[in-house]
Design a protein around this ligand. Sequence first.
Ligand SMILES: [Zn+2]
Length: 323
Amino acid sequence: MHLTTRQLFISHVVLLAGGGFQSALAKASSSTVSLSYIARLYSMGTSTSGKKVVMKNKWNTLEVETNSRRAWINGVMIWLHHPCRKSGSSWAVREVDFKKTIDPILRSYAYVPSKAPSVVVLDPGHGGRDSGAVGTRKVYEKKAVLSIANRVKGHLEARKIKVRMTRADDTYLTLKQRSDYAAKAGADLFVSIHADAAGAASANGIETFVLTAPGCDSSNHYGQAGNKSAGKGNTYDAANAILGFSIQSNLIKTAKRSDRGLRRARFAVLKQAPCPAALVECGFLSNPEEEALMIDANYREAVARGISNGIIGYITLVNRARK
Ligand SMILES: [Zn+2]
């Protein structure tokens, strides 16, 4: 009990130490944060567009869909843990979404870790006897994602960033072996690379996952019961959102596929990650058009450029915040 009080006290002091903005932020300690409060905080003008509340300043645009978990920052979709609901006379988002998604992305300098990332661990999904998704033309996820990961590695190494891969060939690894490898390699960032599959062939586009906040529902399992406990990866909640957003924004730009958004999931590799981590889904092997793209060298290259630009973007944010 004593320890909890002490920890709370310390985090409050840290929060207030940043000056005016931080003390204003500390007042947002109720369980919801109204959109009018957020607009004031960022000096954003507010308008509405259909179901969306649109808030805008010189640098950023934040759009929140009412009665929905969807929001957009600078045009890139993000999934909130809870829907934006009417609270009194104003629309409001839950505090967890403000503190772990919206504010970290809009004011990343206040949230990024102080240590500059030097080792990036790339994790091509599946391998060996685990093929992952297999398309109707027999395109294997395990092969496509290894090829993309190798290209990402090339781009990062060209920028003098140290890269380690959980697998460099068609090897089977358990999920635990992947996060253990990241810890042993001294990973400062962990990015798992996958391709999607869905029951409906029409499902298409790109999505990036980061770990769900403790106690909340994941994006694809809303309202379902399940283990909502915290994992090691939750230590990096804010940095996870910054990394995931950077990757998703860059990836939809280079791959030019539809934006399914930055989402939340409790994938084992994210839950056990020893550092900020994201899991990228580069397209749907169950969609004939995207299956064809996954064996197209130009598309793989575009995806790899998007992922590496996202990682470099995150590293740039950390380095800038340190100055
Ligand atoms: Zn996969």
